[in-house]
Design a protein around this ligand. Structure first.
Ligand code: TYM
Length: 327
């Protein structure tokens, strides 16, 4: 029987952070290593055009993202790792999907509303049809499973809808895609723990996988803990979550107990979290440094990834062209 197929993507918009890691990347590596899936991981550079970055920044970030994915354990012998724009069928399929997607459905997307509010001077059409390109990414490979963080669930649901609209209008062709969430599908910002951790909020809000231990410590020192009201502070919950993910379970239990009896010292929690994260990514930092000197190898990996992806993409798009009647 054919293996189940996984597709997931990441924008080349900055160094990877622990939100990307806990919500998606760690799961990608586990799923890849389980041997149960045929895995496609894509650096979605066309999606990133909807943001405000310069061409130079984007160009640099594409290879940096590839380097970091490899350093974190994506293995090109087990997975297909490639750049979206290297496989032009993504945008062709997105166009076809544009013609079956109701505007009203895209207007509901919370990420469109958030991003439009965050970049008021640049509310472009690409930002609006962003989830349609995402549906094309996934369905071009007829992926059955999509491992992402919680913020992407609505987009994966839209992908199922797009498949259904297509199948109803033309013929049953695309599969129903399922989302795969991790236990920690939503990591919060250090400085504004009501919001998800995101590079777009600013440097101090995120811990990057590449941050040196001293940087992690400095960022955590400034992390928001107890808010005015005190109880159920989301900043504290976020720190304990990070400790659970990266540190010793016994430590989490003892801090939980200290929280109950009021003896908790947030400075201690922060130091433990800093150590745990710094240690967890020591080998990542090493591998990343090595790969920074291996640019050609990284380019070769992306080229052969694009070749593998193209084989499937070309076959799908040829069938789709026939199904919709342009061939
Ligand atoms: P992007 O680049 O914003 O994020 C990449 C992955 O990291 C997850 N993530 C988080 N998870 C938990 N907590 C956080 N604070 C956090 N921040 C980010 C995201 O959920 C995502 O899984 N639209 C997508 C990219 C994309 C894609 C696709 C994904 C394009 N095409 C097809 C899956 C399938 C995005 O902007 O992810």
């Amino acid at each position: 029987m054919a293996k189940k197929r996984i597709f997931s993507g990441i924008q080349p918009t900055g160094n990877l952070h622990i939100g990307n890691y806990l919500g998606a990347l760690r799961n990608w590596v586990d799923l890849q290593n389980s041997g149960e899936y045929d895995c496609f991981f894509c650096i979605v550079d066309y999606h990133s055009l909807t943001g405000d970055r310069s061409a130079k920044e984007r160009h640099d970030q594409i290879s940096m993202t590839a380097i970091e994915l490899l350093a974190a354990g994506i293995d090109p012998d087990k997975s297909t790792l490639f750049v979206q724009s290297h496989v032009p069928e993504h945008t062709e399929l997105a166009w076809i999907f544009n013609t079956i997607t109701p505007i009203s459905e895209l207007e509901r997307m919370t990420q469109f509303k958030d991003k439009s509010a965050a970049q008021k001077q640049n509310v472009n059409v690409g930002l609006f049809t962003y989830p349609v390109l995402q549906a094309a990414d996934i369905l071009l490979y007829k992926a059955t499973h999509v491992p992402v963080g919680e913020d992407q669930v609505q987009h994966v649901e839209l992908t199922r809808d797009v498949a259904r609209w297509f199948n109803n209008r033309y013929k049953k062709y695309f599969p129903e895609t399922k989302v795969l969430l991790t236990e920690t599908a939503r990591v919060k910002s250090l400085l504004d723990p009501e919001k998800k951790m995101s590079k777009s909020l600013g440097e101090g809000h995120v811990i990057e996988l590449a941050d040196e231990p001293a940087v992690i410590e400095a960022k955590l020192k400034k992390a928001v803990t107890a808010t005015k009201g005190g109880a159920d502070a989301p900043g504290v919950e976020n720190l304990l979550l990070l400790l659970k993910e990266f540190g010793e379970p016994a430590l989490v239990r003892s801090f939980r107990a200290a929280e109950k009896n009021g003896s908790i010292r947030y400075g201690d929690v922060k130091m433990e979290v800093a150590h745990a994260i710094g240690n967890s990514f020591a080998s990542f930092r090493e591998k990343r440094k090595e790969l920074l000197d291996e640019r050609e190898l990284v380019a070769d990996i992306l080229n052969s990834g694009a070749e593998q992806a193209s084989e499937i993409a070309a076959a799908t798009i040829e069938e789709v062209r026939r199904i919709v009647g342009v061939r």
